[in-house]
Structure formats: structure tokens, C-alpha cells
Design a protein around this ligand. Structure first.
Ligand SMILES: [Zn+2]
Length: 405
């Protein structure tokens, strides 16, 4: 059986077999339940190939056979195959600037447990390890947990800049190293929140799935993720920084740590907006949340103008990036998108008419509906996406790994 780290390269026939395994698992995941013969037809595989893939997936423990359907017409009864959600869970950790969320999510995206803690990044990692320990100990008999996904709000320590200077931010790389060291038997993946949330949209909600998906995440800070065929592109590379730091036309006056005055990451996030609102309105009790600014905007033309200004900045960045990448779908997520959809919708319209002769710009634009569980689903999707793309290579159980260590 394949182990972690043994799945690169290989003979062409082996690579094809693994690719088919991923396609079959994805089809089962998308359809909920599907028979072997339906899989063969849908994926244009021979019945033998489809059956062999299902057999391997059963062995790996990702899928289960349901009770055969009673059918009216004569012939063999079809046995539906579905994902074994109960035995394929992912631990999810979201370390935000203001709070930390921990959850337990099934491979099909059901949130089994979720707790939000008032932990800031500087104290989160130690507390997270203690909480994860509890799940891991409970899991030891059943081996349900496939991995631990972690999303952090910043890319590097420098990204947090002065916006989060009161807290020690955690980069995905540092969080992954620390959790991997502490839980060596588990698959651990980490990324920034925009990338994690984009993966959740693609693998857990999008149907049909767009080949290119552009995702703008607007929460405490703002960020951008680009997925091609369900895999993150332009992340983990220096260029990801420059995408997040695209210059907006109407900066709100919150300078970025990179030294430029109009970065999307700094000026479009909630922290930037709140700081600007506080500089505009002299209140005895300064604004501390987006919700407070929104409430006050009902009676303040200045704040209303500020909200619209930010929406235009977000829309501008969406339009420019959608045009550059010719993305098939554009999603705006994060709590800002959930709280102020009306500002964004109005601001988006003119910018998404930008077209070039060679390709169309973003077709469907949506404001993400999954924000409520986004902090839990995003990190979980880091593991789920890996499993669905190459099930043979990420398959492992804690016992297997210890026995080979
Ligand atoms: Zn910048």
C-alpha cells in the first residue's frame, strides 16, 4: 500500500492508474452515491477499470458499499458506492488574527464539531496542540482522522505588518512544522486562509467545477487565491505576495508594511476599514468591529462613503485579476462579503465588463454562501482536496505509519 512521500514519479501505467483512482473518488464525492457501471459510463472507463478502482478505494477505506437498489427491470442489481464519511474525518484549525477555530469535518464536508476560541495567534498554537490531543486520543481506537488542516491569516510574519502588530502572527509554514512535529502520524497541511477557503468552495460546494477559480477573501485582512483544476496556483511563491498587494485606485489611507500606500491586502481588509472609520469619526468608544461600522453607517454619510469606497476597491481588484487570468468563476468570501453583499454587488457590475478579444472575463460571480462554516471547512479542504486528487498517495493511518517508522 502506498505511503506518504512514495508517490512521485512512477511508471506511466502507474500514474494513469492513480489518476483514474482520483477521478473515480471525485465522481463518487460529487454524486453522493453511484454504481460501478454508472462510474464507468460517466468517466469513459472500461467496466473492469472502474471496478478495480472501486476495489482499491474500498481497501483504502475511503468508500463503502450501500445496500443494493431494488430495481423494477430485470438484470443485475446495482450496488451504490458512497464516501465513508464516518471513517474519514479531518481536524481543522483556523488561526485568525482575532480568534481561533477548531473543528472536526467529514470528507463530504459535514461539520461534526466546531469550537471558536478567543485566542490570538501568539497564544494559539500551544492551546491548539492541547485541544487536538484530545481528538487524537479519542480517535486512536477508530482511526477516523485522516489529517490535520491548518489555515493562518497571514502568509509570513511581515504580512501582518502594523495591522496586527499587537499579536505575534503565525505563518502556514511555521504552523505546519510545529503541528507535524507534535503529531507525526498524521498528514498535516497548512496554507493561508484565502487558499484554504477557495479549496473549500471548489471541492465542497462548486458544481460544475470551474477549471479556473479566482477567490477574493475579505476579512480582517484581504487576500487572493487562484485555483487551476482545483489546485492552488501562485501560492507559496513570492508572486502570491504581489497579487495580494495589487494597488487599488481609491486607497483608504491604511499603508501596507511593504511600504506602498494602496495595497489591496491592507486597505480592503476589515482592520484597515475600521482604522479609517476611527480616523474619520471621533468617538469616545472607537469602532472595534465591521458590524459596529456598518450600524453607524446607517446614520453617517461619511461611513457610507467609506464602505462604498472599499467595495469599489475590491471590485476593481476582482475585475483586473479576472481579466488577467480569464477565470471561469469568481467568488468573494470572508466575513466582509457575508456582511455587506449589497455594497459589493453594486460595485462589481461595472468592473466585470472588462473583456479582451482573446478571452471572456469571469462568468459567474458569487458572494460565498459558506462563510458561517468557512473557518472550519477551509482548513479541512486542504486535506480533502489532497485525498480527492491522489487518494493512493495520501492514504495512511496512524498505525501504518508507526509500523513503518
Ligand atoms: Zn503591500
Amino acid at each position: 500500500m502506498s505511503k506518504l512521500g512514495t508517490c512521485t514519479g512512477g511508471l506511466p501505467s502507474e500514474r494513469i492508474r492513480r489518476a483514474n483512482l482520483g477521478r473515480v473518488l471525485q465522481a463518487i464525492h460529487l454524486r453522493g452515491s453511484i454504481s460501478r457501471s454508472e462510474l464507468a459510463t460517466q468517466l469513459a472507463l472500461s467496466p473492469a477499470t472502474a471496478s478495480r478502482a472501486v476495489h482499491t478505494l474500498l481497501e483504502l477505506g475511503y468508500v463503502q458499499e450501500l445496500k443494493p437498489e431494488e430495481r423494477e427491470e430485470a438484470g443485475r442489481r446495482k450496488t451504490p458506492i458512497s464516501i465513508d464519511g464516518e471513517h474519514n474525518m479531518v481536524l481543522s484549525v483556523h488561526i485568525g488574527i482575532l480568534r481561533t477555530t477548531i473543528g472536526l469535518v467529514s470528507m463530504t464536508g459535514e461539520v461534526a464539531e466546531k469550537q471558536t476560541l478567543d485566542l490570538r495567534p501568539d497564544g494559539a498554537l500551544e492551546a491548539v496542540k492541547i485541544l487536538l490531543e484530545k481528538y487524537v486520543i479519542e480517535d486512536q481506537a477508530s482511526s477516523r482522522i485522516r489529517g490535520i488542516g491548518i489555515a493562518t491569516e497571514v502568509h509570513t510574519q511581515a504580512d501582518a505588518g502594523r495591522l496586527a502588530s499587537m499579536h505575534e502572527p503565525i505563518s502556514p509554514r511555521a504552523a505546519k512544522a510545529e503541528i507535524s512535529r507534535h503529531f507525526p502520524a498524521y498528514l498535516v497541511e497548512a496554507a493561508t486562509i484565502p487558499t484554504a477557503a477557495a479549496l473549500a468552495e471548489f471541492w465542497l460546494t462548486q458544481s460544475p467545477r470551474p477549471r479556473t477559480l479566482l477567490y477574493l477573501y475579505v476579512a480582517a485582512l484581504a487576500g487572493v487565491a487562484l485555483l487551476i483544476d482545483g489546485s492552488p496556483s501562485l501560492t507559496g511563491q513570492p508572486i502570491a505576495g504581489s497579487i495580494d498587494h495589487i494597488q487599488v485606485p481609491e486607497p483608504t489611507g491604511m499603508p501596507c508594511h511593504c511600504g506602498r500606500p494602496a495595497c489591496f491586502a491592507a486597505t480592503a481588509g476589515n482592520l484597515g476599514l475600521i482604522a479609517k472609520a476611527n480616523s474619520l469619526i471621533n468617538k469616545r468608544q472607537p469602532f472595534s468591529s465591521l458590524k459596529e461600522v456598518l450600524d453607524a453607517a446607517a446614520e453617517s454619510p461619511q461611513l457610507l462613503a467609506l464602505l462604498n469606497q472599499r467595495a469599489r476597491n475590491i471590485a476593481y481588484v476582482a475585475g483586473v485579476l479576472a481579466d488577467i487570468f480569464g477565470s471561469e468563476a469568481l467568488i468573494i468570501g470572508g466575513d466582509a462579503a457575508a456582511l455587506v453583499p449589497e455594497y459589493l454587488q453594486a460595485a462589481l457590475a461595472p468592473h466585470l465588463r472588462i473583456t479582451t478579444p482573446s478571452h471572456r472575463t469571469a462568468g459567474p460571480v458569487s458572494i460565498s454562501p459558506i462563510d458561517r462554516d468557512g473557518p472550519v471547512l477551509g482548513p479541512a479542504a486542504l486535506i480533502i482536496a489532497k485525498v480527492l486528487q491522489d487518494p493512493a498517495c495520501v492514504h495512511m493511518t496512524p498505525t501504518e505509519q508507526t509500523s513503518t517508522a
